[in-house]
Design a protein around this ligand. Sequence first.
Ligand code: URP
Ligand code: ZN
Ligand code: ZN
Ligand code: ZN
Length: 468
Amino acid sequence: MSSTRTLIRGGLVITAADETHADVLIEDGRIAALAAHGTAAADAWTADRTIDATGKYVIPGGVDAHTHMELPFGGTFASDTFETGTRAAAWGGTTTIVDFAVQTVGKALREGLDAWYAKADGVCAIDYAFHMILSDVNESTLKEMDLLVEEGITSFKLFMAYPGVFYSDDGQILRAMQRSSANGGLIMMHAENGIAIDVLVEQALARGETDPRYHGEVRKVLLEAEAAHRAIQLARVAGAPLYVVHVSAEEAVAELAAARDKGLNVFGETCPQYLFLSTDDLAEPDFEGAKYVCSTPLRPREHQAALWRGLRTNDLQVVSTDHCPFCFSGQKELGRGDFSKIPNGLPGVENRMDLLHQAVLDGHLTRRRWIETACATPARMFGLYPKKGTIAPGADADVVIYDPHAEQTLSAATHHMNVDYSAYEGKRVTGQVETVLSRGEVVIDRREFTGRAGHGVYTPRSTCQYLS
Ligand code: URP
Ligand code: ZN
Ligand code: ZN
Ligand code: ZN
């Protein structure tokens, strides 16, 4: 932990609320003060280290509330460890991840959670926290939920998809929602009708439709919208707030918007892959489409406008990555000849801040909305604010110096994620992370990694701070 004073001078400080030319004083790992640039107050500050941010943005470190390091899926494991994945996150300007600990069917939450603490312990480059995946909702699971909320694991993911693996039926979902409405936890929902999807998978394979693009065809928009609708009604019955993860379909956004119009505490997340990629990628020949297999699936390009609109109107509040990388070679290839055996998930933890900055340049979001959806709101949604997600006195000094003019080409040849392809190979974007501080320590210094495995610490969370 640094006991030194660091000064970031001359940049444009952007938070969800403000854009100001301010100097930022950091002391003992936290933001000590901000003062308008060029004023006597700022000029009087001295520091051990001064970072010149002239012409750059000074933004809060990204908060990625949806990652899956080492997730077991389809007989293999997501290829980023906590060490490689958090280092890649730092390169991309993300300084906090919230990863999903997994309950195994028949086992206690405690056992799954302890396994996740062990995986992450001592190897992370940036700070981390956990959600808990409930794969087996029963009496003892429900009791354990209360203990987890007290321990700082304040959100629980349930799956309406993947029967036989993570799936919960409506009764289990209702019970978990009732429990969370009492203990303050937030239910995160994977909203896809997995029972119906499995029928369509079986029928497609029987017709010889085995290519990756059929993954997108069987996981229908209507089955995402139906599940979102059902989850919302169950949450209403339980009196619980609801956060729908990885929303990809226009019709699902409409369900969230309708619920929010009624004043309900219903929230939604989307991911860069749904904003920038489409079924065109999934249809790439020679099995290349497998690189784009994730669930919910990529949608026809027409859906993107509704997602951008949702982000602007606050019908969608958060952009997370759902980072869940599987190498093309040896992992995605498990599904050659049967799309249902392709491990689901895309790499992206390193790309999110840059892609959303490109969205600012493309006119989809304002700069402040970029920071709100990628830093401030995920921190508030999951009980990390204002320690994370903003630049304000008292906050952790998780700060990114961002060069809005640098040009880069996204590529597996230059990224730092432990995966052999990029979902955005060859995409040109303007804007690049230059320097990153995590609790005052410089972990990326002018595009050189200066951090270390083990700098990142586990960060317990309070309950959702976004309820109306
Ligand atoms: O395809 C995906 N999204 N893989 C990760 C697991 C999940 O459902 O989030
Ligand atoms: Zn200035
Ligand atoms: Zn999911
Ligand atoms: Zn996920």
